[in-house]
Design a protein around this ligand. Structure first.
Ligand code: C2E
Ligand code: CA
Ligand code: CA
Length: 558
């Protein structure tokens, strides 16, 4: 990092500093040689020669080496004088060291330049990329530059279709035409403009002006931009339409709210809103930030999931499940919680469905299962033997190595597979029944119990139920919640319990909130109950206290 900084962007001050260091070292060596009359000391001159060559290149190294040799010639008493073969060999050695080190430094410099270029350039369009934009904003922010700025992000929704039709270079062509058109626009406005390709379907412009535009000029600028975006682009003789939506973020200083890459993210949010609301253009300014921040909740969520897992902002809570006939605390359901330092509490109902639409659910389930297994081990050490149920998504079940991964984790902690249960929602079955069934069979064969969650809300036919290797039907809360008020709910719950028992499957009622719910469920022989009436989801420590208070057998007072 240090070397890279010095090799690629040495400013005048650094050059003077390094030059001074070299001169002082060289003068010191010269003094030593002249004082002690030991010519070998001149070998110390390799340090300044190497430094010169390294920082200033091969020619500087060569000439400095030769110059040092020339300066020292009167002092080289061990050699037979200036111009002798021995002298020439040493002088040649000095110059060669300068040349070779300079050559290596030039090669290193070229490599670093190439690497830096790749880091800040979008290869497919040849334009500076998002990293370059972020670097630029960070630099301006550090220098607390003020002026009048606008970041324009243009999202082109149909890049995929255009690439399939016209080839991959179509984006390059559109982005570069956008760049030229916007540059023309700014000429009239007397502003500076920089263009960045921030993703495969997003181009960003950074406009900078010294004076602030009045409202009319601002509106004119926005109109011109939208009309540029609406015009056709020419590519290989074809007129093509780029389906563009624009987001603009205007600001006038790099204060705390506008530091680093934040202004770019605000402009992206504005563009995101334009796409969602199907508007041509959405403009944000610092006054919209509150609105922007609210909007960020949904869109930032996916981007923060990994960070939240790594930073331990996500953790598990455990809700007991009780054997209704005996009161035995037979297992717990692990439920995820996310307490974010910036966004506050993010409910699982918000981020799980989003994560399920992406591969991020794999990271979440991995984290949950690892934590749950670890917790199980810790509880066992304190004498608490309960099973743990984790929620598993369709995506997880479709991964062929998922079961092996889970079994290996259990094996590592020397826990039998029976300790773990999985809960799969009924709606998961709609996706790809055969593959889900294969996944469930693998769990069943491995002795891991399976519960069909939210039962009654999906569309499982009895024929499907018969084919599923399930151990529990988990009756959805919506039926349980209405037990006190709705006679039909009572009938449905009883019917589900009876049906489950006929096919040799146990039932779990979730959302048990009152004593009468509990008693009714017990009377219709529902096997297991879970709900706020018995216990809310508890942190691990609270669960230990609750378990100990109940001595492992749940009893309630009327
Ligand atoms: P779920 O699997 O149906 O979990 C039961 C939800 O009902 C939990 O909400 C729980 O706190 C809540 N609950 C339990 N007893 C009662 C009660 O008596 N009354 C009421 N009103 N609610 C009760 P939570 O924790 O907010 O989870 C919501 C959903 O998020 C879960 O529904 C599950 O689908 C999903 N989820 C939670 N944790 C995970 C996880 O680790 N992985 C996956 N894939 N999904 C999870
Ligand atoms: Ca569940
Ligand atoms: Ca449920």
């Amino acid at each position: 990092m240090f070397v890279k900084k010095y090799l690629l962007s040495m400013n005048r001050r650094t050059k003077i500093e390094i030059g001074t260091f070299i001169a002082v070292t060289q003068a010191f060596v010269f003094l030593l040689v002249s004082h002690f009359h030991i010519s070998e000391i001149t070998y110390m001159s390799f340090i300044p020669i190497i430094c010169t060559a390294f920082f200033f290149g091969e020619m500087a190294g060569l000439f400095f080496g030769a110059a040092v040799a020339t300066c020292f010639s009167p002092l080289w008493i061990d050699l037979s004088g200036y111009g002798s073969p021995a002298w020439a060999i040493r002088a040649f050695g000095y110059a060669t060291v300068g040349l070779v080190v300079g050559n290596l430094s030039n090669a290193l410099r070229n490599y670093l330049r190439f690497e830096e270029n790749i880091r800040i350039t979008d290869i497919s369009t040849g334009l500076p990329n998002r990293q370059a934009f972020c670097d630029k904003l960070a630099e301006l922010s550090a220098a607390q530059i003020s002026g009048h700025f606008a970041i324009v992000v243009i999202v082109i929704s149909n890049t995929k279709i255009l690439s399939e039709t016209f080839g991959n270079d179509v984006t390059k062509s559109i982005f570069n035409q956008f760049k030229d058109k916007c540059a023309e626009l700014t000429k009239k406005m007397n502003a500076e403009i920089e263009t960045y390709s921030i993703s495969s379907d997003q181009i960003a412009f950074f406009f900078r002006k010294s004076n602030e535009d009045d409202l009319e000029t601002k509106e004119k600028f926005e109109d011109s931009l939208t009309s540029v975006a609406k015009k056709n682009f020419l590519h290989k003789g074809f007129f093509i339409h780029a389906d563009s939506r624009l987001g603009i973020y205007r600001f006038s200083d790099f204060s705390e709210t506008n530091s680093g890459e934040l202004p770019l993210r605000y402009a992206e949010k504005a563009a995101d809103t334009a796409v969602k609301q199907m508007k041509d253009l959405v403009v944000y300014g610092p006054s919209n930030l509150a609105q922007g921040a609210k909007h960020s909740k949904a869109s930032d969520i996916l981007g923060r999931i990994d960070l939240a897992i790594r930073s331990r902002w996500m953790f598990l809570v455990y809700q007991p499940k009780i054997d209704m006939a005996t009161g035995k605390i037979n297992s717990v359901e692990a439920l995820i919680r996310w307490n974010d330092p910036d966004m506050g509490f993010v409910p699982p109902g918000l981020f799980i469905p989003q994560a399920e639409q992406s591969t991020l659910i794999e990271n979440i389930t991995d984290f949950v299962i690892k934590q749950a297994i670890l917790q199980l081990k810790l509880w066992q050490r304190s004498g608490i033997f309960v099973n743990i149920a984790v929620n598993v998504s369709t995506y997880n079940l479709l991964q062929p190595n998922f079961v092996n991964k889970v079994l290996n984790l259990l094996k590592e902690k020397k826990l039998p597979p029976e300790c773990l249960e999985i809960e799969v929602t009924e709606s998961a079955l709609i996706t790809d029944f055969q593959h889900i069934l294969d996944g469930l069979n693998r769990f069943h064969d491995a002795n891991i119990k399976i519960a069909l969650d939210d039962f009654g809300t999906g569309y499982s036919s009895f024929q499907y139920l018969q084919r599923l290797p399930i151990d529990y039907l988990k009756i959805d809360q919506s039926f349980v919640r209405n037990l006190g008020t709705n006679r039909e709910s009572k009938e449905i719950v009883k019917a589900i319990v009876d049906l489950a028992h006929t096919i040799d499957v146990k039932t779990i009622a979730e959302g048990v909130e009152t004593l009468s719910d509990y008693e009714y469920l017990n009377s219709v022989k529902c096997d297991i109950g879970q709900g706020y009436f018995m216990a809310k989801p508890l942190t691990s420590n609270n669960f230990i206290s609750w378990y100990s208070e109940n001595n492992g057998i749940y009893t309630y007072s009327r």
